[in-house]
Design a protein around this ligand. Structure first.
Ligand code: ZN
Length: 133
């Protein structure tokens, strides 16, 4: 894995959170994107070389809605950049990690993404992401 690509933060209200994080970073988000397949709206902030992704549920079916039913707002996942997501998935499966879905999906910010189940990573929801090109 190359680096932490971004940290995902679950929020109840994206517009309100955008204002808060704009004050925090001194700079507004650079993009807002809805991922229909995941039923989430996202916004992205650049912080030096890193990014912060805010996630708001679009429906009660969304994983973010389910997460916020059980947890407070806050860090939801950490995303790691990889060069070859398929190769990483098969490497990590051999190491015993279980994935939420076996195939990479199109995520926000022009990425192919796959999530490792937090049960197999000490409670951390790990996102692998590869630049979709
Ligand atoms: Zn993410």
């Amino acid at each position: 894995m190359k680096k932490i690509e971004h940290i995902g933060i679950a929020v109840k209200n994206l517009n309100a959170a955008n204002e808060t994080f704009k004050k925090l970073f001194g700079e507004a988000h650079y993009k807002v994107e809805t991922v229909d397949s995941e039923q989430v709206s996202t916004s992205f902030f650049k912080v030096g070389e890193s990014k912060i992704e805010l996630l708001e549920a679009q429906s009660q079916e969304s994983a973010i809605a389910k997460y916020l039913n059980k947890n407070r707002e806050g860090i939801h996942h950490i995303a790691f950049a990889v060069d070859d997501i398929e190769a990483e998935i098969s490497r990590l499966k051999k190491e015993g990690f279980s994935f939420i879905s076996d195939q990479p999906k199109k995520g926000a910010d022009n990425k192919l993404v796959a999530f490792i189940h937090p049960k197999s990573a000490n409670g951390l929801l790990v996102e692998l992401c590869q630049e979709a090109g």
